[in-house]
Design a protein. Sequence first.
Length: 182
Amino acid sequence: FMWPFALLAIGCVPLMGFATSLEMKQILGEDEGDVDNVVEALNTPGGLIVETLLNIRTVSALTLENKRFTDYQDSLVKTEPDFKFDAFMTGFVSGISMFIQQWINGLQLWFGGYILSKFPDDYDFNDFLIANFAVLFALFGLGAAFQDISDRKEVEKSAGRIFYLLDRASSIDPLSTEGKKL
């Protein structure tokens, strides 16, 4: 089989892992929050929408639609102050990730063709395919094996945030006797 190609492919694994981790961090996001940040998250656009929709009858009965809409607009402005720079960096990181991955694919195909043309008596196209797919499917297997491994501390933080959200009292309480009255 084409062992020089397999060595190149194995040597490219760290670069490919780095590029893939950049892409996954961007797609899935990094979970940097903790319980203290959950309070801030309630004032985000998503938090306001969820709370308003969960209590839509109360909002409607107290004619709070305009107030909730104004709060939503204010939270949109506060959450993304540097949206142009953030969009640029997102595109840049995404482009770098794809560039590294495609460059490695091109390098591997070029090197496989180079070996086939330089050593036609030693290797044939079938050897190239076997080496290429052996490495490829081995990486798929490793990816599937390690996809659910997570850091214990991150799991505990996530569980703490979930329990905090479940236990907190909503700021819109339909059964409360306090607040705005008609």
